[in-house]
Design a protein around this ligand. Structure first.
Ligand code: NAP
Length: 476
């Protein structure tokens, strides 16, 4: 079940938000501590969904500044008015009285820790479970990916109904995965900016993007491992593809700063994952097998679990080659590659492997020379660009990327009679592509690279070749 937590300054605003939340949520929580002089009777009579009434005191990161006696009275008012649930925080001096007088209202006995996820979660659960409440709620702050795994394990082993959450950017995975492990509900916000706790996901995303309601037992978990991951759009693609192919799977962003900690504690829950900066190289030390092509590139962007072993692949080269080969066979073509960073490296290995005659040009000549030395090809600086000796130009520098959209790595007048591929996908149409198209060149936008490398990942994970046209549409 999805529970939207309503925070509002006034009863009127809360009612308006409750109305909207009713379209998305199974349960609604109203945080009375946020509302000035809340009209509990009006809130109760206007509800269209079962309601959780919560009055969090200031010393527990809430807004309620009155006495504990007054707080207890508000919760008892909610009970008298027929609230389906009340939240009683661990340590509430009126816990026994509230439990004795709650009638048919279900009591959620809650523990919050806003600084860490303690190693004593099972002890905390035991204490709350023995209090006499109906449902245990444990919300802790995640400092690392493994905290999610500890919370999910707690949920899985609980005998009482339990709501388990890790808060914060590292904890977002529990908000999406806890229901799959048996959490009674998961908290969502009504919309971005209306989070009642850090790391909450909008309810509409839970329903329409992650499709939590469709998941069945045995749901396979995938994700993007990186830092940062909040700008990545892969979750839009993969979750849609899972839906289109009726796969009981979910894909989510996983913020990871310590790859070894992630591999030890969180990776065992996953069937596979994408890897982005800064972990593409370091993840290689944590895998059982590495594809020779990824070994040659020196980076892994795709991990697959097969027969209990984790294997690493690199699909970035396929992301460059497939769109190129659709337009022009690379074999024996003169390819000028701009850049010598991570993306350029994957492109260079792929192009050389496909028989392209490669020249690598880079701002820092020594980096170009290093890569060219490994592949046995020509190199130089960007000033050495020779359009007369170029059939295909591939830009893998970040020149022209948002926000510096009015820049390009070579002169516009040099862009003639060649195929121009820009790896940049933000903006979708770069200055390089615009100028090249003006001069009559065929152009390939970076979005195609993104789509094709993602399609190759999907194939590794599922054995299904997805529709790249649909993927492009989704991203556009
Ligand atoms: P990276 O490892 O940091 O490499 C950046 C490259 O850009 C280096 O060659 C660097 O040259 C060059 N560069 C940066 N600023 C420059 C400037 N002001 N003038 C000239 N050259 C400059 O980054 P990356 O991961 O390879 O990414 C490179 C580009 O590819 C980015 O725009 C990224 O968005 C894009 N990309 C696209 C996809 C996709 O799916 N479409 C995937 C990955 C990357 P130096 O060596 O001199 O620093």
């Amino acid at each position: 079940m999805i529970c939207i937590s309503i925070i509002a300054d006034t009863t009127e605003t809360a009612l308006e938000r409750m109305d909207r939340a009713s379209l998305l949520a199974d349960i609604i929580e109203v945080r009375l501590d946020y509302i000035r002089n809340p009209d509990i009777a009006k809130i109760m009579s206007s509800r269209q969904r079962p309601i959780i009434i919560t009055v969090t005191p200031a010393h527990q990161n809430g807004r309620f500044a009155g006495t504990e006696q007054e707080r207890c009275e508000m919760l008892l008012d909610a009970v008298r008015l027929g609230a389906e649930y009340i939240d009683i925080n661990d340590g509430c001096p009126f816990m026994d009285e509230l439990l004795a007088r709650k009638g048919s209202t279900k009591a959620i006995v809650s523990y919050h820790n806003f600084t860490e996820t303690p190693g004593t979660l099972p002890d905390i659960y035991d204490r709350l479970a023995s209090s006499g409440g109906d449902i245990v709620k444990i919300a802790t702050f995640a400092q690392k990916p493994g905290d999610n795994a500890a919370m999910l394990q707690l949920i899985q082993n609980a005998s009482l109904p339990i709501i388990g959450i890790c808060m914060g950017a590292f904890g977002t995975p529990t908000r999406l995965l806890a229901p799959l492990y048996g959490s009674y509900l998961t908290f969502a916000c009504l919309e971005q900016g209306m989070e009642s706790a850090p790391g909450q996901v909008p309810a509409a995303h839970m329903k329409d993007i992650y499709r939590l309601g469709d998941k069945r037992p045995g749901c396979k978990i995938y994700g993007l491992v990186g830092n940062p991951v909040d700008k990545s759009r892969g979750y839009l693609l993969f979750n849609r593809l899972f839906h289109v192919h009726d796969l009981n799977s979910i894909y989510l962003n996983l913020l990871v700063d310590d790859i070894e900690e992630f591999m030890s504690n969180m990776a065992p829950l996953l069937e596979g994952f994408s890897v982005t900066m800064p972990h593409k190289q370091t993840v290689m030390d944590c895998l059982d097998d590495i594809d020779p092509f990824a070994e040659k590139i020196g980076a892994v962007n795709t991990v697959v679990r097969r027969d209990g072993r984790l294997a690493g692949f690199n699909t970035d080269a396929a992301g460059v080659l497939e769109p190129l080969q659709k337009r022009l066979s690379v074999r024996d073509r003169r390819v000028t590659l701009l850049g010598a960073g991570g993306a350029a490296r994957a492109a260079a290995v792929g192009i050389a492997d496909a028989g392209g005659r490669l020249s690598i040009l880079n701002r820092t000549a020594s980096r170009a020379a290093g890569l060219a030395g490994e592949l046995g090809c020509a190199c130089g600086t960007l000033a050495d660009f020779n359009p007369a000796a170029t059939d295909i130009l591939v830009n893998m520098t970040s020149v022209g990327m948002s926000p510096d959209v009015d820049r390009m790595p070579v002169q516009a007048e040099d862009l003639r009679d060649m195929l121009v591929f820009d790896g940049i996908y933000n903006p979708t149409e770069t200055m390089l592509l615009r100028e090249a198209a003006k001069n009559g060149c065929t152009v390939i936008p970076g979005l195609e690279m993104f789509v094709h490398q993602a399609a190759a990942q999907f194939l590794h994970w599922t054995g299904i070749k997805p529709d790249t046209g649909l993927m492009k549409e989704l991203l556009q």
